[in-house]
Design a protein around this ligand. Sequence first.
Ligand code: CS2
Length: 495
Amino acid sequence: MTKIDTVPARLSPSTLTQLDEGVVQPGYEPSHHGVGIVHLGVGAFHRGHQAVYTDSVLALHGGDWRIVGVSLRSPTVAEQLNPQGGLYTVASKGEDSCEYRVIAAIERVIAAATDPHEAIEQMAAPDTKIVSLTITEKGYYRDASTGALATEHPDVVADLNDPQCPRTAVGYIVEALKRRRERGLTGFTVLSCDNLRNNGAATRQVVVEYSELLDADLSRWIERNVTFPSSMVDRICPATTAADREAAAIVLGLDDQGLVVTEPFSQWVIEDRFCNSRPQWEDVGAEMVADVAPYETAKLRLMNGSHSALAYLGCIEGYEFIHEVMSDDSIAAFVRHLMEKEIQSTLHMPDGFDVAQYIESILGRLKNSSLPYRTAQVAMDGSQKLPPRLIASAIDRMDVGQSVSDISLVIAAWIHYVSGEDEHGRRRVLDDPLAYQLANLPSSTTNNANDVVDAALGLADIFESRAASSSVFRNNLVASLDAIVCHGASGAVRR
Ligand code: CS2
């Protein structure tokens, strides 16, 4: 790849015409369309997924469906997109293909930490029909075992004490809905696009519980005037790197600080329960269904469960990227076995859904070497990810007396990842909301596996009682942890 010597101009409405002609341009004039959606959490996933579908709807049908993004914590995305008039490029990279497309669906990004009032007012604006979310699992502040709002969490406590200046997504949603109610406006649809089980119902529960603590009448109004459809989202969108931006600048001829790299595959299955109008996403590839649950469960358990398996086995084995772990034949064969022999039997798919083909497609996607995804990125927040991705499958299988040896091996890999020593003889610094509890686990490198597993199973936020109290599960974990500590991840899966 040749380096560029001069700094290219920044992508923006005024430089669009300078784009290389191979780059797909927006099929509409952005300024002719108003805003109908506010999205909380404008990270790479939203920009590579929902915003792309919305961009296609704007090109096909028009309408006032542009998006105002809200970053709840960092101003980085606002700094990347606002000077570009909201424009950014999505680079879809397959093993042998690469398409660059400029997306114009995002009108602007509000950095809520510096301007909470602007974010709330945009959500309370009469034209806002949908507030959608990609705030990651921990952004919901739920007690993982009960699903209830974590009312003792300092961020939730702070929001309850100062609701007009919130920190949490739930705090923003409820304050905006309160203002809409006071102004005689309708509610909006709250659309979760995160990898949670029953993400609509989960969001509804925390919003209703939070509003109940502030104002019971408001809570009843929300129950009557707001809908919370579930949705299953799927597209691999790793964090963009400086090297990605440099490579894109050569193709684009422009500097794009908002670039998103992703894969050609994309899927969105949405429960059709909107309290206002909505974009016709089904005309551009999304599937509107009455019940998302089977799709969501299959995606969380097969796709995300395998992703997490590759992340923990890969980190222990010293692999930096997911596709490198997939090139380890023993681990790749193990992941196929995990899906086909253990997870698949826990699913209840609609007639005509081809699970075997779905598994092949996931394995192909995970091998994609054009889209390096760091194992450490997938490994973060394991305390939030393991319950829906892997522990739920283990519980379903144990309930009917089936074996859980593959799933246990992955969970043992996670235990070793969070409690064992890395190649430098140090415990890892964990990126996880439960990092403090995890740091207190006995080291799996120097302690008996029985003691380490018992301490891990005592983490009630992660292991619900049906898993924590199962001797079958415990014995499998102990044997797997022993195997991993003695033989490494690759050695353990071969055994
Ligand atoms: C990944 C997901 O980082 C992770 O935990 O498993 O972000 C995954 O890439 C997406 O859910 C794919 O749709």
